[in-house]
Design a protein. Structure first.
Ligand code: GAP
Length: 528
């Protein structure tokens, strides 16, 4: 319960300080859509820039000791409608959905768990059979408490026994077949009001063209724009297999139940990279990228113990995937359990093969280096010909940029009643929206002039905020609450020795640094 409260506090801090607002709030909001405020967009851009730099501008060193080849693209949100037929999204990109006939609410049954009320043998007290099942939305504390209350009421009335923590079975589990009439939906007064699960396609549609408009879809993943341009990239750049193509951009999904703040929204941003490689090397690259991505999350300030890897079971793999491992994070609403942050999928040759088939264009790759190697090994002409042309395999690390914003907010959130602000955000300094707060101690004796000059110098290189108002304690508190790692105060001593007080957010330590050394001081700390 404490953890759920943390989530409420994070949401409220985000609103109060301008990280994230509900979209269209003045019209009552629109479910599943969020706007990023001044601080939220800075934080999002910092994550985006770090990912882009690590993937495209300075990609990791590969197993052969050389930097990996990588290029970036920015493709259209709307593509030819055939794209989604070929990719399998038109037919296969669906989530199960159930409706509650009583409350008219809609749920994903794979997100509903239950509390059981069991019949018991009067003599022995042994459990005989599940009498009623009280569904609640996983990760929603209020929903859990409501289900527990209903189960306890039922137990009191009929002598049933409440089982709070049965093995975690989602309502899509076959165990519930034949039990639907005994299930209470999360907000329902009566049992048996849920409809049977049915599949619901997640793609959001639109129309293009004034005359005879064509039905189109807003992309549900950025990946397909990369596959459609595979040939263009091979023909217009110097990349050779193995290489990656990276992209950051908006994706849209008509999620059945958008929830947990910006964790699952209907409009969101993804950071995806498709790594094209020879099929024989695909497993090696799958492992390489899994390790690399774990390393990156830690490099932006996520603690190792809050991350874990989880291989997908066969029955949860996406329609295109041969194998997938999720990087999961311990969110406040999943703790002590973990929830998805990023998926690293082995997409095999699925996408290029499908687009080749549906477009009629060849999307195979001629591997000249392999051809030369096979020739040198004395392989027959036929074997060389057959093996040096192939459809590459794809390893795809795919993460959510907006989900990463949530992750960093959760990771940074800290409470300490003894500080000027009892709540503060411990962002890694590189990721913090504002890097430096600059304050004159008082608005006289030449202090504002020195502070303004410092601000004018530093703002060229670092995101700074100049704040001459209120008491120094209040200014520190405000900066702590938005996660600013360094505050600089120009005080009486500055007038005599040209030094300023620099206060470090996490340790609260203060040190004096000369005005002419401040830029170097910050550069060193913000590039670590
Ligand atoms: N191209 C593969 C792909 O899209 P995915 O697991 O469906 O795979 C990748 O999505 C990542 O995108 C997820 O791990 C998550 O971080 C993010 N994501 C997916 N759906 C989201 C949603 N509705 N809201 C926010 N982020 C989402």
């Amino acid at each position: 319960m404490a953890e759920a409260n943390v989530m409420e506090k994070i949401v409220s801090l985000c609103k109060r300080r301008g990280f994230v607002y509900p979209a269209s709030e003045i019209y009552g909001g629109i479910n599943g859509f969020w706007d990023y405020g001044p601080l939220g967009s800075l934080l999002k851009n910092n994550i985006r820039d770090s990912w882009w730099r690590t993937m495209v501008e300075a990609p990791p060193i590969g197993p052969d000791g050389h930097p990996i080849e990588m290029v970036g693209v920015d493709t259209s949100i709307i593509q030819h409608p055939q794209t989604w037929v070929a990719s399998g999204h038109a037919s296969g990109f669906a989530d199960p959905m159930v409706d509650d006939r009583e409350t008219k609410q809609r749920y994903r049954p794979d997100h509903l768990s239950v509390i059981y009320a069991w019949d018991v043998e009067p003599e022995s007290g042994d459990e005989t059979q599940a009498k009623y099942l009280f569904a609640y939305v996983e990760g929603d504390d209020a929903s859990y408490r409501k289900a527990l209350k209903k189960a306890q009421k039922e137990a009191k009335k009929t002598g049933a026994k409440v089982i709070e923590n049965p093995p975690r079975l989602r309502l899509t589990h076959p165990e519930f077949d034949g039990y639907w009439e005994f299930i209470y939906a999360p907000d329902a007064e009566h049992p048996g009001t849920l409809t049977e699960p049915r599949q619901f396609n997640l793609m959001l549609g639109s129309e293009v063209g004034a005359v005879d408009p064509v039905k189109v879809y807003l992309r549900p993943e950025t990946a397909q724009g990369i596959f459609l341009n595979f040939k263009n990239i091979i023909d217009t750049t110097r990349v050779k297999i193995p290489f990656g193509v990276a992209q950051i951009g908006k994706s849209f999904r008509n999620e059945v139940t958008p929830r947990n703040f910006i964790f699952r929204s209907r409009e969101f941003e993804q950071m995806e990279m498709e790594f094209f490689c020879h099929p024989d090397e695909s497993r090696m690259w799958y492992d390489f990228w899994t390790a690399e991505r774990m390393r990156w999350w830690q490099s932006i300030g996520v603690k190792k113990e809050n991350l874990r890897l989880r291989e997908h079971e066969k029955d949860e793999l996406s329609h295109y995937s041969k194998m997938t491992v999720d990087i999961e994070y311990k969110y406040p609403f999943t703790a002590p359990d973990f929830g998805e942050l990023e998926g690293i999928a082995h997409r095999g040759d699925y996408d290029l093969t499908q687009h080749q088939k549906h477009s009629g264009n060849r999307l195979d790759y001629f591997d000249q280096e392999l051809q030369l190697k096979l020739k040198a090994e004395g392989k027959s002409d036929e074997e060389v010909k057959a093996k040096s042309r192939y459809i590459p395999n794809v390893i795809e690390p795919a993460s959510g940029l907006t989900r990463a914003v949530l992750l960093l907010l959760c990771e940074a959130y800290a409470e300490d009643a003894t500080r000027p602000s009892p709540v503060y955000l411990k962002f890694d300094p590189k990721m913090a929206p504002i890097k430096v707060g600059i304050f004159p101690l008082v608005n006289k004796e030449g202090m504002p002039e020195i502070a303004e000059k410092l601000y004018m110098d530093l703002r060229q290189k670092f995101m700074c905020e100049y704040d001459p108002k209120q008491s120094i304690g209040k200014r520190y508190a405000r900066m702590d609450e938005i996660g600013t790692p360094y505050c600089m105060t120009i005080d009486g001593q500055t007038l005599t020795d040209q030094t300023v007080t620099i206060r470090e957010r996490d340790t609260l330590k203060q040190e004096r640094v000369s005005l002419d050394k401040i830029s170097g001081y910050l550069s060193e700390r913000l590039s670590r």
